[in-house]
Design a protein around this ligand. Structure first.
Ligand code: PTT
Ligand code: SF4
Length: 609
């Protein structure tokens, strides 16, 4: 089975045992890898209703057939599990040598279950797994942990680690690699912490089997084309951070806890400022267009990306890049997602302004960087008011009561990423229907939407969301490569079926990838339904703030979403996906995707149309 190693490494932390399992060829063909493999394993094996922080949850590190092959940005790895913040499917896509070495060590995926009886780290190579005591690593930040482990195992070891936030089960703790790379927004770091697993160290030097050795040549040609694209040189200067200026112009820059779409001080935190202040540029492995821009922070240096700046800058009213970078640095060291952290801090500031935090003896003002930094650390260490915020904005707002729910900018419990949607219905739909909770990864439709009938709720918009979900959430998350060459510098999508064919021998067409994407989406939706035990359209609706509190400034002053029209848009979405109007995949759709058996399970919980 070229392209795949055909082996899944199973690790049981409770019994300190491992076993190598064969990857079934039909599963490889139908789900490819990455997110596809992860949801297939979770659906088939996780006992329904499993507590995400119990030993029974499965933490999955899954590569795809493109991972580790060629320099077309293939150093990526999906980390997935049942999410502790949403209770549904969760994953993230992290740039990590550990993913590349995992493939070179002969594994397509590592599935970790059970719970170690003391802090543990895993050392994995071609021969299998060693279980090591991690007591002296417990409590260390992510960078110190990585340094220590590389001192022990060599600089050529890939390391995935959690920080103090993951150890304390902060609901939006992430897994960190190579310092600046963080993945698994929906609490994958907490799942790792719940298993007493501090780190996974991977080494591998073997070959990854491919169908056609010409893959290297194809990769080089693709990279050459990418480097010649008109957007390439500007991308190299600012990476994702130029999105700050774009978002300001488009009135979608999250500002004051998603109350506005423009920030007066955007220039102080934008891409031009990043370019001016940059001290280093790093990348994920095997990447020809590095986007890890490092800038000085108040107390060190940190990598800044668009989302981090938007959520920890404009969203908090902080117009100073070195302060924003410092909050980013704290999040990286502690191992917390910057997006949920920025949302949570913004939520605390707005709740405090309204006097809702008084009874908890807490106060914080907009733009107060020092207090925000302290609060971020309190969250990671679960101290004082931080303990409440470590649960995420949905749960925190329920505790605060008195209307605080309307200040929580979340869907299904996960905080929204960096685009204000008061005037962007399609992006709001993309957030509300994202398979991991509201994240732009599956459909960054907003760049298209602002150039079209912006305030419309048309069927065309629902179709565009699905088109993007298929490519971004289907193709790229299944064969596992960074999508930014296509999204940001315009590398043709045609390269990917070619690379895939050279890797696997499968003559893949866009239709094949799209069908795999639809299969993955249907199974992920089924997983959510099974784990929730019910479904309702209300779960696919964006946060109330965008409906109820219009923008008060800027060219789109007065704009807000409309409930009835949004509902129509959602109906188009369900219809185009082949799902019923209750948000449940139709029996006929499941059958077409080879998932007829899934309907039998769903019938226990919902009406399957
Ligand atoms: C990703 C999410 C993003 S999306 C950002 S900035 W972005 C935030 N980065 C964080 C960070 O940094 N530190 C931290 N403590 N928390 C952070 N949380 C946020 O995590 C990321 C890049 C980026 S940067 C993007 S858009 C693209 N995402 C891809 C994706 O999802 N799939 C894919 N096939 N390719 C992608 N390429 C790009 O990768 P999550 P990373 Mg990522 C400091 O992790 O969970 O998916 O959330 O992991 O290695 O950092 O790559 O403007
Ligand atoms: Fe990583 Fe950025 Fe390169 Fe993508 S473009 S592989 S996110 S460094």
């Amino acid at each position: 089975m070229p392209g795949w190693q055909g082996r899944i490494l199973r690790v049981d932390l409770t019994r300190r045992k491992f076993v190598v399992q064969e990857l079934d060829a039909s599963i490889a063909r139908d789900f490819i890898g990455g997110r596809g493999l992860a949801i297939k394993i979770l659906w088939d094996e996780l006992p329904p209703g499993t507590d995400p922080l119990s030993p029974h949850n499965k933490l999955i590190f899954a590569a795809g057939p493109l991972t580790g092959l060629t320099n077309v940005n293939t150093g990526k790895l999906v980390v997935a599990a049942k999410s502790p913040i949403t209770g549904g499917y969760g994953d993230g896509n992290i740039g990590a040598w550990a993913g590349v070495y995992m493939r070179r060590a002969g594994y397509d995926a590592i599935v970790v279950e059970g719970r170690a009886n003391k802090p543990t780290y895993l050392y994995i190579d071609e021969r299998g797994v060693e279980f090591h005591d991690a007591s002296d690593l417990w409590g260390l930040n992510t960078w110190a942990t990585e340094d220590k482990l590389q001192k022990i195992h060599g600089r050529d070891a890939g390391v995935l680690t959690i920080g103090p936030a993951g150890e304390r089960l902060v609901k939006y703790a992430v897994v960190v690699a190579q310092r600046g790379r963080a993945g698994g927004r929906p609490g994958m770091g907490a799942v790792m912490g719940s298993k007493n697993l501090k780190a996974v160290v991977v080494k591998g030097k073997g070959e990854i089997p491919v169908a056609d050795k010409a893959i290297n040549k194809i990769g080089i040609e693709a990279v050459e084309q990418g480097r010649k694209m008109p957007g390439y040189s500007f991308w190299m200067k600012q990476g994702t951070t130029s999105t700050v200026e774009w978002a300001q112009e488009a009135s979608v820059l999250p500002t004051y806890n998603f109350s506005e779409g423009q920030f007066d001080e955007f220039e102080k935190i934008g891409g031009a400022m990043v370019e001016k202040m940059e001290v280093d540029l790093k990348s994920c492995p095997l990447c020809f267009m590095p986007c890890g821009h490092w800038v000085p922070s108040e107390e060190g240096t940190a990598e800044v990306d668009y989302e981090n700046i938007a959520l920890l800058g404009s969203n908090l009213g902080i117009g100073d890049l070195s302060k924003v970078a410092e909050l980013n640095r704290v999040a990286d060291l502690m191992g917390m997602d910057t997006i949920s952290l920025g949302n949570t801090l913004g939520f605390a500031m707005e709740a405090s302004e309204r006097g809702l935090t008084k009874e908890f003896g807490y106060k914080i003002e907009w733009g107060d960087y020092k207090a925000a930094r302290e609060l971020a650390i309190d969250i990671a260490l679960r101290r004082g008011f931080g303990d409440l915020l470590a649960e995420g904005t949905m749960r925190a707002s329920q505790r605060l009561g008195k209307g605080a729910e309307e200040l929580a900018v979340q869907v299904k419990g996960l905080e929204v990423s960096g685009y204000d949607c008061h005037a962007a219905p399609a992006m709001a739909l993309a957030y509300a229907t994202s398979p991991i909770g509201p994240h732009h990864k599956d459909a960054w439709v907003i760049s298209w939407e602002v150039k079209t009938d912006r305030l419309g709720y048309t069927r065309e918009k629902a179709a565009k969301v699905i088109e993007l979900q298929r490519i971004r959430g289907g193709w790229f998350e299944a064969f596992v490569a960074c999508r930014l060459p296509w999204v940001e510098v315009g590398l043709s999508l045609d390269w990917y079926p070619k690379l895939f064919k050279a890797a696997t021998g499968i003559d893949a067409t866009p239709d094949y990838f799209n069908e795999v994407g639809d299969r993955i989406y249907a199974l992920i939706r089924a997983f959510w339904i099974r784990e929730y035990g019910y479904w309702s359209r209300e779960l696919d609706v964006p946060p109330p703030k965008w409906f109820k509190r219009p923008l008060t400034k800027g060219p789109l002053k007065g704009a807000h979403l409309d409930y009835d029209k949004y509902n129509e848009l959602l109906s188009h979405y369900y219809d185009l996906r082949g799902w019923g109007q209750n948000g449940v995949p139709r029996r006929s759709t499941l059958k077409r995707l080879g998932l007829a058996h899934v309907a039998e399970t769903l019938e226990k919980y919902v009406e399957v149309p």
